[in-house]
Structure formats: structure tokens, C-alpha cells
Design a protein around this ligand. Structure first.
Ligand SMILES: Cc1cc2nc3c(=O)[nH]c(=O)nc-3n(C[C@H](O)[C@H](O)[C@H](O)COP(=O)(O)O)c2cc1C
Length: 240
């Protein structure tokens, strides 16, 4: 074990922050860590919007489904897939392919995760905000995002004012397949469901006793932001 691995294995999302700012040198370090991530074909198709205006933070918190920590975090970064730069350099660039949406989403995730791991290594904490995709049109308008720029998710960062326990993950037996795809071992899943039920029972003083299967059933039984194709198209993404 080294400190990098300890940091990664200690990850938990932080949703309550101290009223303590992140100094500019530290923030620059975190952004440089984001910048150091791998990038598909070195396209570097990500823009990061640092939202410092209190007014805009409050609006983004609302757009994200009233997630107060979007306004309360010391820093709020919006990771956007950005092919606008490419179009400026290559005016007849062939854009709008769904492959570029995938590349943009992957590059955003890699940069953001570098940023969050670096933050956690310095005693900071954070949480991603996919809730921004509840209202990508409003978010895009507020942040003046041009065509070919799409807000994938936000990231709250700050000094933790809470100490939540680690959320247990699916065991490796269910995630890692050797050579060919294996059928899911239902006994291993049942054990994990028990683990999660206990985790939520403890974390919510008995108010929530959902297993993981129940939890994901609630999520995948609903349509997943069915407006997304239209919104992506509006910004010049996923047209073909
Ligand atoms: C892309 C992405 C979007 C997320 N969006 C939200 C969000 O809008 N609000 C929130 O409270 N947590 C959000 N999360 C955090 C997850 O709920 C959290 O990572 C997951 O439950 C596992 O918990 P842990 O991070 O504490 O281990 C998001 C995570 C990811 C990766």
C-alpha cells in the first residue's frame, strides 16, 4: 500500500463543506492534475468551467434538482465535452458523431477523477453532480456554452464537514470476468445486497433499508432523461 492507493481506497462523496476556501495555488494544482489525464487521440476535448458567481451557483444548485451543496461547496467545476475549439481550428470538421460524444464523456470523466483524487490526497473532498443533466439547456444558457460544448457533470470541492462511511462496492467476483463474460453469481449478489442493506440501515438510523438490487431497480425502472438525445443534438452532439 502507498499513499496514492490509500487515497483512492478511502474515497467517499462529500456533500457538506466547511466555510473554508481552497487557495488558488491548490486549485491550480488540482486543475493541472485534471489536465494531465490521458485523452482520446490527444483530442483534449474538455473545457472546465469554474463557477464562482454566487448567483450562478444558486441557479445551478436549483437546475441540478435543488442540491444545496452545489452552492455551498468552496469550488464548483463543470466538466464539458468541447469540440468547439476543434471546429474553430478546422472549420469543416466532421462533428456530431455519437463516437465524439463518447470520447467527450470519457475524457471529462478521466480529467475530473484525476482532479478529485488529487483533491482527496490533500484532505479535500467532493461529489460529482450529474444532476446538471436534469436541465442541460438551462445550464448551457447560463454558462454561455456554444454549439459543440455539452455540460457532462459538475464537481463540488471543498474541505469536508462530514465523515460518511465508505459505501461498499460490488465484490470483484461480480465485476471482473476472466476471458469470457460470466453469468452473475446470485449468491454473491445476495451477500452484497445484505451488506448494502446494513450500510443504509446504519447510515440512516433505520430509515432506509434498501438492498442494492432494490435501489437500482428504482432507478432503472424509470426512463433515463428521455430528453437527452434532443438536448445533445441542440448542442451539436450525437446527430449520427
Ligand atoms: C457522474 C456522476 C454523477 C453523480 N451525480 C451526483 C449528483 O448529482 N448528486 C449527488 O449527490 N451525488 C452524485 N454522484 C455521486 C454518487 O451518488 C456516488 O459516487 C455513489 O453513490 C457512490 O458513493 P461514494 O462516492 O460515496 O462512494 C454522482 C457520481 C457520478 C460518478
Amino acid at each position: 500500500m502507498n499513499t496514492t492507493i490509500e487515497t483512492i481506497l478511502s474515497h467517499r462523496s462529500i456533500r457538506k463543506f466547511k466555510d473554508q476556501s481552497i487557495d488558488s495555488e491548490t486549485l491550480n494544482t488540482l486543475l493541472n492534475c485534471a489536465r494531465a489525464a490521458s485523452s482520446s487521440s490527444n483530442l483534449q476535448c474538455v473545457s472546465v468551467l469554474r463557477v464562482s458567481s454566487e448567483e450562478n451557483r444558486a441557479l445551478l444548485a436549483e437546475y441540478a434538482g435543488n442540491q444545496a451543496y452545489v452552492a455551498g461547496a468552496s469550488e464548483f467545476l463543470v466538466f464539458c465535452a468541447d469540440f468547439n475549439r476543434h471546429q474553430q481550428i478546422v472549420p469543416d470538421a466532421k462533428l456530431g458523431f455519437i463516437e465524439q460524444t463518447l470520447i467527450g464523456a470519457v475524457d471529462c470523466a478521466l480529467m475530473a477523477q484525476n482532479c478529485l483524487v488529487a483533491a482527496e490526497s490533500l484532505g479535500l473532498g467532493g461529489v460529482y453532480i450529474g444532476g446538471l443533466r436534469n436541465n442541460p439547456d438551462k445550464v448551457s444558457a447560463l454558462l454561455n456554452l456554444p454549439e459543440h460544448v455539452f455540460p457532462m457533470f459538475g464537481l463540488c470541492l471543498g474541505y469536508p464537514d462530514q465523515d460518511p462511511g465508505l459505501k461498499p462496492r460490488l465484490p470483484l467476483e461480480l465485476i471482473v470476468h476472466e476471458d469470457s463474460y460470466q453469468e452473475m453469481d446470485k449468491d454473491v449478489l445476495a451477500q452484497y445486497d445484505d451488506t448494502m442493506r446494513n450500510y443504509y440501515r446504519e447510515r440512516t438510523q433505520g430509515k432506509n433499508e434498501q438492498s442494492w438490487s432494490e435501489q437500482i431497480s428504482n432507478t432503472v425502472s424509470k426512463e433515463a432523461r428521455p430528453f437527452m438525445m434532443d438536448r445533445l443534438n441542440q448542442q451539436g452532439f450525437a446527430k449520427k
